[in-house]
Design a protein around this ligand. Structure first.
Ligand SMILES: C[S@@+](CC[C@H](N)C(=O)[O-])C[C@H]1O[C@@H](n2cnc3c(N)ncnc32)[C@H](O)[C@@H]1O
Length: 248
């Protein structure tokens, strides 16, 4: 099947995602406190989720990695630490204030010439087809207006046959964890995060976007429908988060 077929194919029906202008503005408002809120409200478990993603990428020994919806760049920096210095890493995001946070962190660290950040849209990637060995997207897929289009773009930029996709995303949690998880997500998290970041509405969006997000099996089906193969999903922390992997 040729690639254009996959780009045009709707795959499993996906409800339209959030408004991109609103998403961009929202991340712009919370950019300065984004990392702090993440680490505090997950008790640092978010670092372990990102580490699992980075370990999986490192095991495949890529030469060129693109971290999509990189935000303040935590995954990109973790990749920089885990991969040899000659590996090229590009972090991409469409929110300037989030990228400014990533650039600030870069200036504070040892020089890393092969780690760069670029402003861009996951739905229209400014990259040549078949040029990346790995594409990562951590807590970004949920925020895309059109997941099918985003996944098709990811597949387009990956090297056919060898390129790999890694998606880290919230999913629907296991039954046993729900009585603790949902009250936390609905009532405690938005208030606490609102106090720290000064923007409670952003964390109400977090809650509704997580609760409204499809289960992991459905995301696997969407990845497959975008033309990927060898699709696997690994649930973590009571299925709060899933690491999806696939080959282009
Ligand atoms: C929850 S943050 C995740 C940041 C980072 N990957 C992490 O693991 O912490 C979601 C990011 O997705 C970005 N984003 C959402 N839609 C995007 C799009 N269409 N193109 C590029 N970036 C996008 C937002 O600007 C935001 O920085």
């Amino acid at each position: 099947m040729n690639d254009n077929n996959h780009r045009d194919k709707p795959g499993p029906e996906t409800a339209p995602g959030p408004d991109p202008v609103a998403v961009n503005r929202m991340f712009g408002r919370i950019a300065g406190r984004y990392d702090l809120v993440n680490h505090l409200l997950t008790g640092g478990v978010d670092l372990a989720w990102r580490r699992a993603l980075v370990r999986a990428v490192a095991a495949a020994r890529p030469s060129r990695v693109v971290d999509l919806a990189t935000g303040s760049g935590d995954v990109a920096f973790a990749l920089r630490r885990a991969l040899p210095p000659e590996v090229e890493i590009l972090g991409l995001d469409f929110c300037r204030p989030m990228l400014d946070e990533a650039e600030k962190k870069k200036r504070r660290r040892q020089p890393c010439p092969n780690l760069n950040f670029v402003l861009g849209d996951v739905l229209d990637l400014p990259m040549e087809a078949g040029t990346a060995d790995a594409a990562t997207i951590s807590f970004g897929l949920r925020n895309l207006t059109d997941r099918g289009r985003g996944l098709a773009e990811m597949r387009r930029i990956l090297k056919k046959g060898t390129g790999r996709l890694y998606v880290l995303e919230f999913t629907q949690p296991a039954r046993w964890i729900r009585p603790f998880y949902f009250p936390y997500l609905r009532h405690i998290l938005p208030r606490l995060a609102g106090r720290i970041s000064g923007d409670e509405s952003a964390y109400r969006y977090l809650n509704t976007s997580i609760e409204g997000f499809p289960p992991a099996e459905r995301i696997s089906a969407e990845i497959e429908a975008a033309g990927f193969h060898h699709v696997r999903a690994r649930a973590m922390t009571g299925s709060i988060v899933t690491l999806h992997q696939a080959r282009a």
